[in-house]
Design a protein. Structure first.
Length: 369
C-alpha cells in the first residue's frame, strides 16, 4: 500500500510485491474539492474532480513486468471534519465515480467527455437521496496585464458543456439571469468578481475573486524567488497578478509557497514614485508546517543597484493561524525600485508538527501605495 506518494509503490513493484496505489495527492477525498471559501471545512490539500479523473495509477519508471504488480488503487476519506453521513456523501460523490473510471479504464476519453457522461448520472444520485457535491468543474481565473499596464484582462476556464460560465461584478450575487462570460473581462480598478457555472438552471461552483490594481501590479519585476512547484499554480509573479487569495485557505491556487526559502523580489516602477506603505499578505497554519516569516525588510533605490533600508519588522510569534496582513509604513519621497525580503523560520520549533523541519512560507498579493 503506497500512501504518501508513489515512490514506495514503485520500489515495491520493482521487487515484485503486489501494490495498491493510494498517493495522497490524488486519493485523499478528505481534501477540499473546490476553491469556493464557502465549501465545507476539509483537511489540508486540494483535490478537484478533474485531478481525480486525470490520475494515472501506472507510474513512470516501471517496465512491463514490474507494472503487472500494480494491482489496484484505493481512495481514502479521513473523517476528522466529516461529522455526518450526508457530508461523507458530499466528499465521496462524484469524485468516487471518477476514481472508478481511473481504476477500470486504461484509455480515458478525457475529462470533458467524462463530465458529459456524468451529468445524466447525477439524477440517479439525487433519486437515491445521495448528497453529492455540485463542484463538478475546476474553474480557473487568469489575469493578464495589458501593454499599457493600466488594466487587466481576466479569463476563466474549466467548465464543460452543457454548463456555461456566468459572472457579476461589484460583488453582486450570481443568479440564473446573470450574464454569460463569453469573452475576456477588462478590469481597470479594484473590484470583486463573482463567477460560476450555470448547470441545469442551477448556479454551481460559485467563486468570488477580489482584484486590486496598485503600484506593484503595474511595476516590472526585475527578480523574484521561484515558489515550490507544488504551490506555484499562478506563476512566480502570482503575488502581483491582481488576484487576492483566499482568507482561510492557502491552497486556492493564488497563494505561493516557499519551503525553507527566503522570498526576495525587486520591482521597477514605470516612473519615480512617492511611497506611503506596503501591504503584504502571509498565511499561517502551524499544523500544516506553514509559518509567518522571521523577518520582513523593505528597501528602496533610484538606480536598482544601491538599496537603502526603509523598514524592517519581525517577531510575529503571537499571531494566530490564518491569513495575516502586514501593513508597513514606507515614507519614501522618491523611489524607482523596491525590494522586498521575507525570511522564513530556520526550523519549526520543538513541540509543533514537523519540529526541526524547514518551515513553509506562503505569500499572496503585495500592494504598494
Amino acid at each position: 500500500m503506497s500512501w504518501r506518494g508513489e515512490a514506495g509503490g514503485i520500489e515495491a513493484a520493482k521487487q515484485h510485491h503486489d501494490v495498491i496505489m493510494t498517493p495522497i495527492d490524488y486519493c485523499y477525498f478528505n481534501f477540499y474539492q473546490s476553491t469556493n471559501p464557502k465549501d465545507s471545512i476539509a483537511w489540508g490539500g486540494f483535490l478537484p474532480l478533474s485531478k481525480v479523473y486525470n490520475y494515472n495509477p501506472m507510474p513512470k519508471g516501471l517496465n512491463e513486468l514490474d507494472a503487472t504488480y500494480i494491482k489496484g488503487i484505493q481512495a481514502n476519506l479521513w473523517t476528522e471534519y466529516v461529522t455526518n453521513v450526508k457530508l461523507a456523501e458530499y466528499m465521496l460523490f462524484p469524485r468516487s465515480i471518477a476514481f472508478a473510471e481511473v481504476a477500470w479504464t486504461k484509455q480515458k476519453p478525457g475529462f470533458d467527455h467524462f463530465v458529459k457522461r456524468l451529468v445524466p448520472y447525477l439524477s440517479q444520485l439525487k433519486a437515491n437521496d445521495i448528497h453529492y457535491s455540485t463542484q463538478l468543474f475546476d474553474i480557473k481565473i487568469k489575469s493578464k496585464l495589458n501593454d499599457q499596464k493600466n488594466s487587466f484582462q481576466l479569463t476563466a476556464s474549466g467548465v464543460a458543456s452543457p454548463a456555461v460560465l456566468i459572472y457579476e461584478m461589484s460583488g453582486k450575487p450570481l443568479t440564473t439571469n446573470s450574464p454569460k462570460l463569453t469573452a475576456p473581462l477588462t478590469v481597470t480598478q479594484t473590484a470583486t468578481l463573482s463567477i460560476g457555472a450555470l448547470f441545469e438552471n442551477t448556479v454551481v461552483n460559485e467563486l468570488h475573486a477580489e482584484f486590486t490594481i496598485n503600484k506593484a501590479t503595474t511595476a516590472t519585476i526585475i527578480h523574484t524567488t521561484t515558489p515550490d512547484p507544488a504551490y506555484n499554480q499562478s506563476g512566480a509573479e502570482g503575488w502581483c497578478n491582481g488576484i487576492i487569495g483566499s482568507s482561510n485557505r492557502f491552497n486556492d491556487g493564488e497563494w505561493l509557497g516557499y519551503n525553507g526559502k527566503t522570498f526576495e523580489t525587486v520591482m521597477q516602477f514605470n516612473k519615480t514614485e512617492a511611497l506611503q506603505n506596503v501591504q503584504l499578505n502571509f498565511f499561517q497554519s502551524k499544523g500544516s508546517w506553514v509559518y509567518l516569516p522571521k523577518s520582513v525588510e523593505i528597501l528602496s533605490s533610484m538606480d536598482g543597484v544601491n538599496f537603502s533600508l526603509v523598514a524592517k519588522q519581525e517577531n510575529f510569534e503571537k499571531a494566530k493561524d490564518g491569513k495575516f496582513t502586514l501593513n508597513i509604513a514606507t515614507p519614501v519621497a522618491q523611489a524607482k525600485y523596491l525590494k522586498i525580503i521575507a525570511v522564513p523560520l530556520d526550523k519549526i520549533p520543538a513541540g509543533n508538527a514537523g519540529a526541526g523541519s524547514p518551515a513553509w512560507l506562503f505569500m499572496d498579493e503585495v500592494k504598494v501605495n
